[in-house]
Design a protein around this ligand. Structure first.
Ligand SMILES: [Fe+2]
Length: 272
């Protein structure tokens, strides 16, 4: 079963309003809407006409915001030899971790641990994959919680982007390349949600993969907790410019692709 879409209409509105410094009142004024209508929209009451007035004020794509409000779109199901997703529960949400491997040499990279890596660990053992390391997208607790269990199971190194200032693992500067069998892993700085978030672009499978952490979700992105502006800019520059067929492995919600997000992501549609 595919994982549900992570963010709703109200989440995208709230993240953007917060990121741009709008209150419900100032947003209502700019959009020419009643303040109560905006408050209701921020609680998830979707009205297409209002969405079309709010979108331009928030620099969101109107059609993509309406599509999100209608809750009808789903990304295509991703099936790719050499890629597996693991979803575990963390508080009231779920979080993703990924295993990527070279099908011929069976060397593998793990991306994040999620909250509970036990299924991931069993999968790797059953498939007899040779784990070369854990690559961390960012150090928010839900993504790294079970790294110790992975390290215990496979005695492997942990790699963390240096701008995350982590007190564990081996730090590296964005731009560093890694290789796993015949696969190459390029690291790109996609920060703004986290101080030093990294997107890993993996080449060598049937399609390229971008493991993005919370830099992008299907139809949304992680909140701009450090900098909304930089989250938008770096996710746009580093992810949305990848080839359309690139599979996006998100930290929460279902996987998607660059081509799909160019059409349906309210933050990026119409801009790439
Ligand atoms: Fe996060």
């Amino acid at each position: 079963m595919q994982i549900p879409i992570e963010d709703f209409y109200e989440d995208v509105l709230a993240k953007t309003a917060k990121g741009l410094g709008f209150s419900a009142s100032s947003l209502a004024e700019r959009a020419g809407l009643d303040r109560d209508a905006v408050r209701e929209a921020l609680r998830g009451n979707f009205v297409e006409e209002e969405a079309r007035k709010l979108a331009p004020v928030l620099s969101l794509d109107s059609d993509a915001l309406v599509l999100l409000g209608q809750s009808i779109w789903r990304p295509q199901v991703v099936e790719l030899d050499g890629l597996a997703l693991f979803n575990s529960a963390f508080a009231d949400m779920t979080v993703n971790a990924f295993v990527v491997w070279d099908p011929s040499t069976r060397e593998a990279a793990i991306f994040d641990s999620g909250a509970d890596a036990s299924e991931l660990i069993t999968f790797v053992q059953n498939e007899s994959l040779k784990v070369k390391g854990v690559w961390v997208t960012h150090t928010h607790r839900d993504h790294i919680e079970d790294i110790p269990a992975i390290v215990r199971a496979f005695d492997c190194p942990v790699y963390v982007g240096e701008k995350e200032l982590a007190n564990f693992g081996t730090s590296f500067p964005a731009g560093k390349q890694f290789s796993i069998g015949s696969l190459s892993i390029e690291s790109r700085l996609t920060w703004g949600h986290a101080r030093g978030g990294i997107t890993y672009v993996v080449s060598g499978l049937e399609k390229p993969i971008a493991v993005v952490g919370d830099a992008l979700f299907a139809q949304s992105m992680g909140g701009g907790m450090v900098s909304f502006k930089d989250a938008l800019e770096t996710s746009g520059q580093e992810i949305m410019t990848l080839p359309d067929e690139t599979v996006i492995c998100t930290g929460h919600g279902p996987m998607s692709s660059v081509g799909e997000e160019k059409k349906v992501n309210p933050f990026f549609a119409g801009k790439f």
